[in-house]
Ligand binder design. Structure first.
Ligand SMILES: CC[C@H](C(=O)O)C(=O)SCCNC(=O)CCNC(=O)[C@H](O)C(C)(C)COP(=O)(O)OP(=O)(O)OC[C@H]1O[C@@H](n2cnc3c(N)ncnc32)[C@H](O)[C@@H]1OP(=O)(O)O
Ligand code: CO
Length: 132
């Protein structure tokens, strides 16, 4: 398991891309919309991890709700795993709750699933596995 990415909720990808390119001294390597999640993402390589900027694609987006309640900032941490199915079983057996039954397609060619923040000490945790 490793930190695959840090998800950061932003109001404007255009403004935040300018800021993060300056901050990190490099451009994003992709911008990708994920309709089903209601987000547009922008990814930056950072050593073995990444930064994932997240803009709401519509008012119902989880990012829109997060921004309304908390403003811009760190939204979630994503752990990269080899076998997401095995990790789900392990964590369920350890008493962790998930926000969905099955993994689903995420951004950046990943299978993803989220744990409920109330079972992870108030941190939104995402598991992701590289799609074969
Ligand atoms: C395209 C995929 C991409 C990828 O990496 O591949 C992504 O990362 S997509 C990221 C955006 N998608 C999601 O976040 C999906 C999972 N999130 C959800 O289902 C909701 O956001 C949920 C259930 C976490 C909260 O939604 P809800 O409508 O219930 O909002 P509330 O404000 O009522 O929150 C309930 C409860 O959870 C706490 N909360 C909400 N968001 C977060 C957060 N980001 N981190 C920590 N805690 C969070 C909130 O404070 C409420 O707690 P309470 O104690 O009741 O106040
Ligand atoms: Co993510």
């Amino acid at each position: 398991m490793k930190i695959e990415h840090l998800g950061i909720a932003v109001k404007s990808l255009q403004k935040s891309d300018e800021l993060f390119a300056k901050l990190l001294g490099k451009e994003n390597y992709k911008q990708e919309s994920v309709e089903r999640e209601g987000v547009t993402t922008s990814f930056y390589e950072l050593g073995d991890s990444k930064i994932e900027l997240l803009e709401a694609a519509n008012p119902e987006s989880p990012i829109a709700k997060f921004l309304d309640k908390r403003g811009e900032g760190i939204h979630h941490v994503a752990f990269g795993v080899e076998n997401i199915g095995a990790e789900i079983e392990r964590l369920k057996a350890a008493g962790f709750q998930f926000l969905s039954e099955e993994p689903k397609d995420g951004a950046d060619n990943k299978l993803i699933i989220f744990l409920h923040p109330k079972s992870t000490n108030g941190i939104l945790v995402e598991l992701c596995q590289e799609k074969p």
